[in-house]
Design a protein around this ligand. Sequence first.
Ligand SMILES: CSCCC(=O)C(=O)COP(=O)(O)O
Ligand SMILES: [Mg+2]
Length: 229
Amino acid sequence: MILTDIEGTTSSISFVKDVLFPYARRALPGFVAARGREPGVRRWLDAVATELGAACDDGVIVETLQGWIDTDRKHTALKALQGMIWEAGYHEADFTAHIYPDAAVALQRWHADGHRLAVYSSGSVPAQRLFFGHSDAGDLTPLVSAWFDTEIGGKRDAASYTRIADALAVAPADILFLSDVVAELDAAREAGLRTMLVDRLDDYPEPRDAAAANGHRRVTSFAAVDVAR
Ligand SMILES: CSCCC(=O)C(=O)COP(=O)(O)O
Ligand SMILES: [Mg+2]
């Protein structure tokens, strides 16, 4: 079983930072004005207000969310709202989601070879499905059999990986987790998963040395991933 992160791993950080985040930032005020009363949207706006610890109007909530986008806060409410906003962007073909060609090829090969593939990203599950469904390499969603976001727990928390293994009904040692973030790999290793640091030179121009990789195997492309080990 292969479990992969998205941003910085299958896909470039710059696409997320330079295309997706500015799109969500711009669209947020109009989105909240138009859809803020829908229960599925209100639920997340209320979660932000709760976090602020005070009754606040939607203007304050929008400003807070825009601040969180600016600091790349991986908050579940922000991620859920971003996913809803990006839906329009994908459907109106404003953009397609970046995927490294080596990642698209490897995912297709692993799937054809009978490996089960799952995704674990801070992006919400609907945002992950949109991302893979509208990728530069076309619709990759049929390759993925399970999707996980931070509703199962934080990516730097070992318990999240234990929950994922339970949900997949797979022994932790039979899951290979691919990520660009060493702290996420540390948490996965603590839960018993196999790990590999994906060190994309486009995203990380100064490759991380063995000490920075903290004992995780390191590759710069999915082409070098040996799923058997
Ligand atoms: C898949 S949604 C767009 C990416 C995103 O918002 C994000 O936070 C991705 O974080 P990751 O855990 O995939 O590094
Ligand atoms: Mg990442």
